[in-house]
Design a protein around this ligand. Sequence first.
Ligand code: PEP
Ligand code: MN
Length: 367
Amino acid sequence: MIVILDPLIQKTSEEYRHILAYLDNLPQIEHRVHEVQGEQQTLTEIYLLGKTVSLSKEDIEALPGVERVVRVSQPYRILGRHAEDDNRSSSFEYNGVTFSQNNLHVFAGLCAVDTPQHVELMMKGLQENGQVCTRMGAYKPRTNPYSFQGHGKKCLNYVFELAGKYGIKVIAMEVTHEIHIEEIRQALEQTGQPTGVMLQIGTRNTQNFELLKHAGRQQEFPILIKRGFGITLEESLNAAEYLASEGNHKVIFALRGMKGEMGNPHRNLVDFSHVPVVKRLTRMPICIDPSHSVGTRARAPDGLLEIQHATAQGVIAGANMILVDFHPHPKKALVDGPQALLMNELPGFLEDIQISRDAYEKRLAKK
Ligand code: PEP
Ligand code: MN
C-alpha cells in the first residue's frame, strides 16, 4: 500500500507527526518514507509493508494531510504501474534533461574510452548533430581477465572536461563496484561539474544486490539498469525495484537482448518487443541497446544495417532511450569495435530514428 501525502505538507507539522504516529500503531505493518523529487515539487510517499490486506484504505485516506492511498497491484511497489494509479508520473529531470515514458533520447558514444582524441572526436560529432547525451565506458566488465578492463578513474577528468566543452549533459557510464560511484563523484567535483553522469548497471551485475543497494542509496545520479541476460524479466524488474527501494527513483530499464544459441547469428536475441510490456508493468522509461543485442555490422539486403533495423523495432515499440556504440576508428577500438557505427553514419542513424519515432507518434494519435 502506498500513502501519498499532500504535496504541501511540512515535515514539522502536526499533521505529518499524526500520520506517522498512526502508521506506527498499525500492528504488523512496517513503513518507509520516500521523498520523490518531482518536476515542480517534492512528493512524500509512504510505503506500507506487511499485512496490508486488512487495512482500511478509507481510514488512512481520511487522515488530514493524506492525499490518497493506492493499493499495490503487483510486486514492484515503487516503480510498478498499479491498477488503481495508472497516471502517477514516471518522469524525472536530470541536469536539464527530462526522461519519461513519453519521450526519446539517443546516447550514442564509445563502448569504452580509449584515447582522449577519440573521446573528443565523439563529443564533437555529437554536438554537431545536436546531441546532449552520450555513453562512455570507463569500467569494463570483461569475460576474459586478460582483456582491456577500461581506463577506470584515470580517464574520468578528461572525459568530463571534454563533455563540458561540447555541451554534453548526461553520460551513461557503467559502474561495477561501489567505489566507482565515489570516483565519478570526485572527478566531477575536481573538474567543476561540467556534465552529468547516469550510472549504468550492466547485465552481468543486474543481480549484484550489494551494488544495487549502494547505487540506490545515492540520489545524486540517475541509474540505467540493464536486463539480466539469463534471468526472467520479473527477476530483472525486481532488481530495478531494489534501486528504488533504497531511495533512488530515477531509474531507467534497458533491454539489451537475451543470451543463448537462439540469438545466432546475432550476439543476443533481440527483445525489444518487451518495450510495451515493461511500460505496462512499470513506470520506468525504457532504453534499448541495439549494439549489444545485435553485435555485428551485418547489412540486410535492403541496404540497412541490422543494428538500424533493431533500433527501428525498439523505437516503433515506444522506446525512450537508445544506447548505441559509435567509434571514430572502430579498428582501433579496444572493446566492441566490430559492432560500432561510424561517425559519418551518425546523421543518417538519427534521421532513421526520427522516421520511426514519427511513425510511432502517428500511430498513437490515431487511437
Ligand atoms: C555496455 O553497455 O557496455 C555493456 C557491457 O553492456 P551489457 O551490460 O548489456 O553487456
Ligand atoms: Mn560493449
